[in-house]
Design a protein around this ligand. Structure first.
Ligand code: COA
Length: 154
């Protein structure tokens, strides 16, 4: 039984995140999408709203559940018996950040490993903040985020 955590800010969840999650669900039996805290960010949506949006958009993906945790992701992973953390890589620029994150996680707990999925080409430009910026400027972003997000943006 392979159990993994897919952590992120998900502010909000995008079709890019969903693509990674759907592909990862073919590798792991159980995935917990974890709304985690990044103290460097100012959020658009509350943790509760982010969890709700993810729940609604992932309800049909087998083995996926959603949770929120305000501590270290690897601590949460250990607590629930997960062995891997899933992350998406969009471009070379993501690598440096992910490498630092992986190293910090490894320092805290060597037993939890990270697994990376490459973003599909057509999703590699998507980021939560760029979507919010486009939306606020009147751009139709309905092809970039699930309906549960559009509903709350309005
Ligand atoms: N498709 C679309 N967008 C993607 C993406 C994908 N496949 N992969 C990443 N992104 C985007 C996100 O939308 C986000 O965009 P934004 O910055 O414009 O909002 C950006 O990439 C990175 O966000 P995210 O993946 O959510 O990472 P993060 O840096 O906000 O947070 C955590 C990373 C939450 C996993 C990390 O901070 C964490 O684990 N925090 C808990 C405390 C901890 O354990 N810290 C680590 C040890 S010190």
């Amino acid at each position: 039984m392979k159990k993994a955590i897919y952590p992120g800010s998900f502010d909000p969840i995008t079709n890019g995140h969903l693509d990674i999650l759907i592909r990862a669900s073919k590798v792991f039996d159980e995935i917990i999408v974890l709304v985690a805290n990044n103290p460097n960010k100012k959020f658009n949506f509350s943790p509760k709203e982010r969890v709700e949006m993810i729940k609604e958009s992932t309800k049909d993906i087998k083995g996926v559940t959603v949770d929120y945790y305000d501590g270290l992701t690897v601590e949460y992973a250990k607590k629930v018996g997960a062995t891997h953390l899933i992350r998406g890589l969009r471009a070379v620029s993501d690598f440096e950040y992910e490498f630092q994150l992986a190293s910090a996680n490894e320092f805290v707990n060597k037993d939890i490993d990270m697994v990376f999925f490459m973003s599909r080409g057509d999703k590699s430009f998507i980021s939560s903040s760029s979507i919010m910026q486009m939306y606020r400027s009147g751009v139709d972003v309905s092809s970039l985020v699930p309906p549960s997000v559009i509903k709350r943006m309005k």
